[in-house]
Ligand binder design. Structure first.
Ligand code: SDX
Length: 421
């Protein structure tokens, strides 16, 4: 098997070495391409371009495999907790009992937010989309924690990571409370990380609240499944922003904005809005399938297709099963779920979807569970961000520890040539 590739150009032949990963993935190392040949590559959307070497997450799009630091998501969903998976992604190993206790203690010690941040929240209209509010509040955290800006030492990085893991769920829950016009909650230190997400989102001021195991287990599983996904759009954003040595909070704030887009994390909200539109339209799934296949119609079947998975998204399999379980445990019969299953069946036997290898992705069923848990549709992508936070942190940390160069792609210029005024 050769360990390099040859490129012939202008009667010259150039050799470029191959880089190989631990799962036998191979890439052409083109770091010297422009110097040697004067050429650059052209790859809109980076569909064929590797931006980095990473040991955080491995996924195989053909086989439908997803592993965090070598552990399968199936095992982690069954046997671990979101906060332990967060530790695994960020620090590379599942925590020992002592590490777990220290991590949880440090997070609880940091789970307050400067009261003045509430003034910023108050300035937003109730109609503001929570992802825009969350991105702004995350960025505002910098002003209240200046030490988190220029984190070079291991100790500074750990402090910034703990701070973000502690304060992010508070800010996320506050975006929900703002929409509902409810007073802002803080964590209850006797509860776990995921129990507190439910507590801060749902506890009403005039009654006691104990998060039900069904709600906590469902959120725990969903957050684990969303925790990381190698170099997706928002994670690449976090890496590129961080590569300029912008701080962790600023990098994550940019990642939140990238995740918001309906082609990325915003798809879970768009899926429910699509299913509700189909329901309103009499459940005519065939009409929407036709729209999705019509090149003159911008409509896409939201929750279907994936840049990497050309087989079933393994997360969608787990979430679909969990949706059935949660709805039956809660005694909910949601016709939206039936419409989703009908669409899935039709798409899986339709040549347009089969030829393009378009399968349900992580966003297709997740909104159905969030809906059953009483989470409003506009909060679905905030739930995605809550899950993705440790992945963004892990990838940002890896990028900084590897001292990656500033991200600055080239272009092919197609504008005017030189002209005079
Ligand atoms: C996430 O990257 C990640 O890892 C993301 C994510 C993560 O965990 O971080 O997994 C989370 O973002 C999941 C994806 C959520 N987005 C959606 O569900 C939105 C609907 N899906 C599409 O917009 C699309 O499938 C993308 C954006 C997900 C992927 O787009 P690609 O890889 O750029 O593929 P493409 O747009 O070039 O599509 C290839 C073909 C095209 O048809 P042709 O031009 O070849 O005829 O497939 C068609 C597309 O028109 N197509 C669809 C479709 N998705 C692709 N047609 C109808 N409905 C769709 N959903």
């Amino acid at each position: 098997m050769s360990d390099s590739v040859k490129l012939s150009y202008n009667d010259q032949t150039f050799d470029f070495p191959l880089v190989e990963g631990t799962e036998n993935e191979k890439g052409i190392d083109i770091k010297t391409l422009r110097a040697a040949t004067g050429l650059i590559t052209y790859d809109p959307g980076f569909k064929n371009t590797g931006s980095c070497k990473s040991g955080v997450t491995f996924l195989d799009g053909e086989e439908g495999v997803l592993r965090y630091r070598g552990y399968s998501i199936e095992d982690l969903c069954e046997k671990s907790s979101f906060i332990d998976v967060a530790f695994l992604l960020i620090f590379g190993e599942l925590p020992t009992k002592e590490e777990q206790e220290l991590f949880n203690k440090e997070i609880k010690n940091d789970s307050l937010v400067d009261e003045d941040l509430k003034m910023i929240l108050k300035s937003f209209p109730k109609s503001a989309h929570p992802m825009g509010v969350l991105s702004s509040l995350t960025s505002a955290l910098i002003a209240f924690n200046p030490s988190s800006v220029d984190v070079d030492s291991e100790a500074d990085m750990r402090e910034a990571i703990i701070m973000l893991m502690a304060k992010f769920p508070i800010l996320a829950s506050w975006t929900h409370r703002k929409i509902k016009g409810l007073p802002l909650n803080y964590a209850n230190l006797s509860l776990s990380y995921v129990e507190n997400i439910a507590h801060m989102m749902f506890k009403r001021p005039n009654e006691d609240y104990t998060p039900s195991p069904v709600v906590v287990n469902a959120i725990n599983k969903l957050l684990i499944l969303h925790a990381d996904h190698e170099q997706n759009c928002s994670t690449s954003t976090v890496r590129v922003v961080g590569s300029s040595h912008a701080g962790l909070f600023a990098s994550v704030s940019a990642g939140i904005s990238a995740l918001w887009g309906p082609l990325h994390g915003g798809a879970n909200q768009a899926v429910i809005e699509m299913l509700e539109a189909i329901q309103k339209d009499g459940g005519d799934t065939k009409k929407y399938m036709a729209k999705a296949k019509d090149k003159n119609d911008p409509f896409r079947l939201m929750g279907f297709g994936h840049r990497v998975y050309k087989n079933f998204d393994p997360r969608a399999r787990i979430i679909k099963k969990a949706a059935d379980e949660v709805l039956s445990e809660m005694g909910i019969n949601d016709p939206i779920l039936d419409i989703a299953k009908g669409l899935e069946q039709e798409a899986l036997s339709d040549p347009y979807f089969i030829d393009r290898k378009l399968y349900p992705n992580v966003d297709f069923y997740s909104g159905i569970i969030y809906r059953a848990l009483g989470i409003p549709t506009e909060m679905f992508t905030v739930m995605f961000a809550l899950g993705r936070l440790p992945g963004w942190i892990a990838q940002w940390l890896e990028m900084r520890k590897n001292n990656e160069p500033i991200g600055r792609p080239r272009q092919i210029y197609t504008g005017h040539t030189r002209r005079s005024l």
